[in-house]
Design a protein around this ligand. Structure first.
Ligand code: ARG
Length: 267
């Protein structure tokens, strides 16, 4: 009787394991599987200059160049799939895409759901206002309305800090909300803020310009995202990325896009 009981228990445990593996387990491709497929399928929201944006039909930017080099070293081709930022992380997590490339911030909450490469850059969240705005610092934002992109750390930070947030699928719409006066400020990652504000301000009178405040909201590391199961692929990419950081390849890519590069402190 005892024997039967322990056998039943063991069988049950195997069943539970098999079930949990299938339902919530590893969706990511291994290094072997990506090499066999001959391509790395990458989800991206190309509305994020200088990291990824559209030039005509083509997605260009710092992260495109970094991943192109990584794919070259892996011996596979880079295949980009375009979508809203909001769809990138869930798609990667579900194993629909091999990798997420979208100026993605590594956060402890996201790390519970997926894998990240080592960070290659540290960004901040910038506050953008219209010229002449009474908002000059983070403290002035208390009780104000802000816009941000849906699913981003900017949105999360602003909600957590009690601002009234209007969230938009596209960064350009978050910018328009500020221009139309629907919100008092727009919160967005610093290098993208600079790129988009520069483009907008070109040729405009000073009082019609957008202004980026010098005080940042947060500091956050960027990395590429993968589903659980891709541990060995991520380890290999980390090795390649480390070489690219050490030999100046990544700094060179930033320079190509007109940016000064400062490596994350831990690297
Ligand atoms: N770094 C922020 C985040 O991870 C914003 C990223 C937005 N990226 C984009 N391609 N629109 O939430």
């Amino acid at each position: 009787m005892k024997k039967l009981l322990s056998f039943t228990l063991a069988a049950l445990m195997v069943l539970v394991c098999v079930f949990s593996f299938a339902s919530c387990g590893k969706k990511g491709k291994t290094l072997e599987e990506v090499k066999a497929a001959g391509e790395l399928v990458v989800a991206t929201s190309p509305d994020f200059p200088p990291f990824e944006n559209l030039e005509g039909e083509e997605v260009v930017g710092i992260e495109v160049d970094i991943l192109k080099k990584i794919c070259e070293k892996l011996g596979v081709k880079l295949t980009l799939k375009q979508m809203d930022f909001e769809a990138v992380l869930p798609g990667v997590q579900a194993g629909k895409f091999d990798c997420g490339m979208s100026g993605i911030t590594v956060t402890p909450a996201r790390q519970k759901n997926m894998l990240f490469t080592d960070p290659y850059f540290v960004a901040t969240q910038a506050i953008v206002v219209k010229a002449g705005s009474a908002i000059a610092s983070k403290a002035d934002l208390a009780g104000k309305k802000v816009s941000a992109q849906t699913g981003t750390t900017a949105e999360e930070y602003c909600l957590d800090n009690g601002y009234s947030v209007s969230a938009f699928n596209a960064n350009s719409d978050a910018q328009t909300a500020l221009l139309n006066g629907n919100v008092d400020a727009w919160v967005i990652d610093n290098l993208t803020a600079i790129a988009m504000v520069e483009t907008y301000n070109e040729g405009k009178a000073d009082d019609a310009k957008l202004v980026i405040l010098s005080e940042a909201m947060t500091e956050e590391p960027y990395a590429f995202a993968f589903a659980f199961g891709s541990e060995d692929l991520v380890a290999e990419i980390n090795k390649i990325q480390k070489t690219m950081l050490d030999d100046g390849t990544i700094a060179g890519i930033f320079e190509k896009f007109g940016e000064d590069y400062a490596a994350p402190a831990s690297k």
